[in-house]
Design a protein around this ligand. Sequence first.
Ligand SMILES: [Zn+2]
Length: 166
Amino acid sequence: MTKKGHRKTGVGLALCGASVALSFGYSKNSVLAIAVIAMVSSSLPDDLECKWWMRGQRHSLIPHRTVTHWLAPWGCIAAWMIWDTLHRHLVNPYANVVILGIAFGCIGHILMDWMTPMGVPILSPFYRSSLRLFQSGNSAVETSVAGLTAIAGLFCLFFVAQLLSP
Ligand SMILES: [Zn+2]
């Protein structure tokens, strides 16, 4: 998916992340911060590759869609932050919110790249998996996917808020 596509889908995915944080007891301010940080981090896995273009060819310090796009570690980081919040152990609460927001932004990015033919590493960094749902770079498709993620994010947030309301 293109950087623009990740920015567009980042909004809906940030809402999904906010719903998860809300369901695990994060405060409303924390949930808002997590959503904003997740949105800002929605292109981080590509940015961490330190890419540059030379004579029309893409180069990067870290090969494209390898360790920075590995879902398992980002999922473990998110789970660790949620566990930490539930049990109040090691991590400073402000750092927890920032780290969880970044993890959610990266997880959303990776899930979107998973749908394209090139795929991403899910459990092992050595094997990529792909859902082959759409081609990267098609603006109309990426906008449609962004619309669907926004609807899903709003639905999740509404659903969780309804569950938690007295
Ligand atoms: Zn990517």
